[in-house]
Design a binder for this molecule. Structure first.
Ligand SMILES: [Fe+2]
Length: 410
């Protein structure tokens, strides 16, 4: 392997205000991130309860490089590793569907919806020959079961037996913001989109913690009135930088519900044929727009009237899959459902706003991989990791690397 840098795996001077480029292309670092974070002492978002409404409904999810099956039985929701206890084959090959039990296609080993091994074909052999030994104990060969927490309609799973309970893992501030959107009010699935972004997962992570680029890169926001100039933008890294809450609260709420009128337009000559795509209303009654990063797996977003979970699945040093799960509330009327779907055109693989990020991150990956010895500067908003009330800050990125360096011993 070509030397990645003159001083391999040494963090540059300047601490968390500097980010070395080699962390975006180093294979060993990537393997360590998968075990430390995605299979480590963390909780990962694996789906919404409403995605698997009936007994036997399942979905496949990824926790880093590991696949899991999220499946409902009579007692609730189970999350099991998608890996046969026999030879390790993937049991579930589909992203969603209905099953009576879980059966590996290779040798038909069969498991209950809780992952208990129930059936082994030819266990007693054929005509007295072959088969499993008498002392084979099937109960020791179940699918690996993960810890599961269901909160407000979202399902979280962990490989770890030592990670704190989900609420403690999140901490009070993040939990409060999650509960605002996922309050227990029944949810309704609106759709899923997937995209493979040719960039390191951390570049995507940084992007979702970076309010600084918001109105600079995404001119659509300003052109079509989705940026409110009098809002206060808060970036609050929580739990020592592990998670992040980013939200905008209105500066003056006396102006009524339609808050798209008063905005400065980037280009007055551009029009949208369907303004319903950008016209939103304050459904929570607090005027806020909110986004939470629950490390390491998901970015939970309420933008205008869009509600979306962005699952982050690192595929390699230079590829990240982003799975967008759009949802609403079960009691939304038809009008609100339509509004949510229309506004969802802003996000996702070809979203009017999100496609800027995907394209940009692709460029960024080429740059950082081509100059592994180079160093990024993150000093906007100072040198610290404390909550800031401004868009002109990179505190979310600094706080993330503060946490990251501790966990990765870098
Ligand atoms: Fe962006």
């Amino acid at each position: 392997m070509q030397a990645t840098t003159a001083t391999p795996r040494t963090w540059p001077e300047g601490g968390i205000t500097r980010v070395p480029a080699w962390i975006y292309s180093d294979e060993e670092i990537f393997r360590k991130e998968l075990t430390t974070f995605f299979s480590g002492d963390t909780w990962s978002f694996v789906g919404l309860e409403c995605e698997i409404p009936d007994v036997g409904s399942f979905k496949r999810a990824w926790m880093g490089d590991k696949q899991v099956i999220v499946v409902r039985d009579e007692d609730g929701i189970n999350v099991v590793e998608n890996r046969c206890a026999h030879r390790g084959g993937a049991i579930c090959w589909k992203n969603s569907g209905e099953v009576k039990d879980l059966t590996c296609v290779y040798h038909q080993w069969n498991y209950s919806l809780k992952g208990e091994l129930r059936g082994i074909p030819l266990k007693r052999g054929v005509h007295g020959a072959g088969g499993m030994p008498e002392d084979f104990d099937a109960s020791k060969h179940n699918l690996r079961r993960l810890r599961v927490t269901v909160r407000g309609g979202a399902v979280w799973a962990s490989f770890s037996n030592t990670v704190p309970e989900f609420a403690d893992y999140c901490g009070p501030e993040l939990l409060k913001r999650l509960d605002r959107l996922l309050s227990g009010r029944p949810l309704r699935m609106l759709g899923v989109s997937r995209q493979l972004i040719p960039s390191n997962w951390k570049l995507y992570f940084e992007n979702t913690r970076d309010p600084y680029h918001g109105t600079l890169l995404h001119t659509f926001f300003i052109t079509f009135g989705l940026y409110r100039a009098d809002s206060k933008h808060i970036t609050s890294p929580t739990e020592s930088g592990k998670h992040s809450c980013n939200y905008a609260v209105p500066g003056d709420r006396s102006k009524g519900e339609d808050i798209t009128n008063e905005l400065t337009r980037f280009r007055g000559d551009l029009q949208l044929n369907d303004m319903e795509t950008v016209r939103y209303f304050d459904e929570y009654g607090d005027g806020e727009m909110s986004a939470m990063q629950v490390f390491p797996s998901v970015f939970v977003q309420q933008h205008a009237n869009i509600l979306a979970m962005r699952s982050i699945v690192p595929k390699s040093t230079r590829e990240v899959e982003v799975i967008w799960t759009y949802f609403g509330y079960a009691d939304d009327d038809e009008h609100l459902q339509r509004i949510r779907l229309k506004q969802s055109n802003l996000l996702g693989p070809s979203g009017f706003v999100s496609m800027d990020d995907s394209e940009l991150l692709k460029q960024m990956q080429n740059q950082v991989a081509g100059y592994p010895g180079s160093v990024g500067v993150v000093e906007m908003g100072g040198h610290g990791t404390e909550t800031q009330v401004t868009m002109a800050t990179e505190v979310g990125i600094r706080a993330f690397y503060d946490y990251y360096r501790r966990e990765m011993s870098l």
